[in-house]
Design a protein around this ligand. Structure first.
Ligand code: ADP
Ligand code: ASP
Ligand code: MG
Length: 430
């Protein structure tokens, strides 16, 4: 029998009692003859508390990225944010606690186990602190312990640069640790145990009549995850697709069939829309008065990429400048987590392109429908816009691709928009 990787998320290991319940799945796989690698997240809301600690140590609670302007608007605090190297040093401690506790829980039941930090298994990443990318894994240390009959308990979410600096993979990154390990070890499957019993047609916390999906392709799951379905970290799905690791999403506290994420099976994805997703916190950057000449957009987005700022939904328009010529306006959305980095980068951008002005607004959501079938159904977009119109929700921007239709709406309308679209596609059960 082969290797199985089992990942347990924060709420699933929030206390020892829950860890014991998780250990049932570990013991069951061991009893069935598998060699088991366990990946755990920090216990409960431990990572959130560490983020708060970093903010408090830096400049007071909640001031890491935002402040209130004179008009009461929420705006980015210029040049804010504690040193990211130190943030990673702090955040990585959450998983060091849970791996040790989980190993003790297993040992207490007579199951030999050993815990490892990211460094101890050579989880090597690049140096982009708080959002590092995995570059290589040294599977040797893990194999040695598995061969000795131990369950290996690995810290999710953390890595180490070739220079020995501790990094983290971005919030929710333990999923990525698990799937990357499954790929590196040639595991049979990667089981993601969480607080829902599978992947749903929408976040069941926001859309009460959402249905569990039995099977979804990597392709559709990747879009769902990237568009806000936080049940899976997008990069984990990418690893799964690239290395062909079947991913099973299961409830950590109860038995059930879960959701299988795997290669596309011909004929399985007939339904146009697999699910809908929401990203609640987006900011919008608008650059006005830019010179209307070749190379301006290239310069802007190259600079944003250099600073690893993820840009979404770009709109460019040309407007008369009142002096007989024309100027360019460019606007794009960014994740709230990137807002703090923006002001100094935008200053550099405007300097490089020779003029213009930048403004940053917060308070947008992106609501999307995803499905492999969308590519053959132009009507999907029409159904979605009609649903939003009937709900009286204004659309700030629309983008479409082969397998998704996305709309930007005011944050206050976001969840209502999600429910309206879910209903319009008839995704609800019962
Ligand atoms: P873990 O701590 O186990 O990693 P997460 O909180 O990261 O768990 O992810 C599980 C949560 O994802 C669920 O509680 C649910 O609210 C949310 N979620 C968002 N979209 C979906 C979806 N389409 N299907 C299932 N869960 C979803
Ligand atoms: N503990 C980390 C977080 O809360 C990683 C994870 O849970 O996947 O983001
Ligand atoms: Mg998660």
């Amino acid at each position: 029998m082969g290797i199985v990787v089992q990942k347990f998320g924060g709420s699933s290991v929030a206390d020892v009692e829950r860890m014991r319940r998780c250990s049932r799945w570990v013991m069951r796989a061991v009893d069935a003859g598998h060699r088991v690698v366990v990946v755990v997240s920090a216990m409960g809301k431990a990572t959130d508390r560490l983020v708060e600690l970093a903010e408090e140590a830096w400049s007071g609670p909640g001031t890491m990225a935002f402040e209130r302007g004179e008009g009461g608007e929420v705006r980015v605090k210029p040049g804010s944010g504690p040193p990211r190297r130190e943030v990673d040093m702090l955040l990585s401690t959450g998983e060091q606690v849970s791996i040790a506790a989980m190993s003790i829980v297993l040992e207490a039941q007579g199951q030999p186990a050993i815990s490892f930090t990211g460094r101890q298994i050579g989880m090597t990443t690049d140096a982009s602190h708080t959002r590092a990318r995995i570059e290589s894994i040294d599977a040797g240390a893990i194999r040695k312990q598995l061969d000795a009959g131990r369950v290996v308990v690995v810290a999710g979410f953390q890595g180490v640069t070739p220079e020995g600096e501790i990094t983290t993979l971005g919030r929710g990154g333990s999923d990525t640790t698990a799937v990357a390990l499954a790929a590196a070890l040639g595991a049979e499957a990667c089981e993601i145990y969480t607080d829902v019993d599978g992947v749903y047609t929408a976040d069941p916390r926001i859309v009460p009549n959402a249905r569990r999906i039995d099977w979804i392709s990597y392709e559709a799951m990747l879009e769902m995850a990237a568009l806000g379905a936080k049940v899976m970290h997008p990069r984990a799905v990418q690893f799964g697709a690239r290395y062909g690791v079947p991913i099973l999403v299961l409830h950590s506290q109860q038995e059930g069939p879960g959701t299988l994420i795997s290669e596309r099976i011909e004929g399985m994805e007939k339904i146009e829309v697999a699910g809908v997703a929401i990203k609640a916190d987006l900011g919008r950057v608008t650059l006005t008065g830019l010179p209307n000449k070749p190379g301006v957009a290239a310069a802007i987005f190259a600079m944003l990429a250099d600073h690893q700022i993820l840009v979404d939904d770009i709109i460019q328009t040309v407007v008369p400048n009142g002096e007989g010529g024309s100027a360019v306006t460019v606007s794009f959305t960014v994740e709230h987590s990137d807002l703090a980095d923006l002001p100094p980068v935008m200053d550099k951008v405007l300097e490089a392109v020779g003029g213009g002005k930048s403004t940053i607004d917060v308070g947008f959501s992106k609501v999307s429908a995803v499905g492999v079938g969308i590519r053959s159904h132009a009507a999907v977009a029409a159904v979605m816009f009609r649903a939003l119109a009937d709900a009286g929700i204004n659309i700030a921007n629309i983008t479409t691709s082969e397998i998704k239709v996305c709309t930007i709406v005011e944050k206050a309308d976001g969840e209502r928009a999600l429910r309206a679209i879910h209903d319009a596609f008839g995704l609800g059960g019962g």
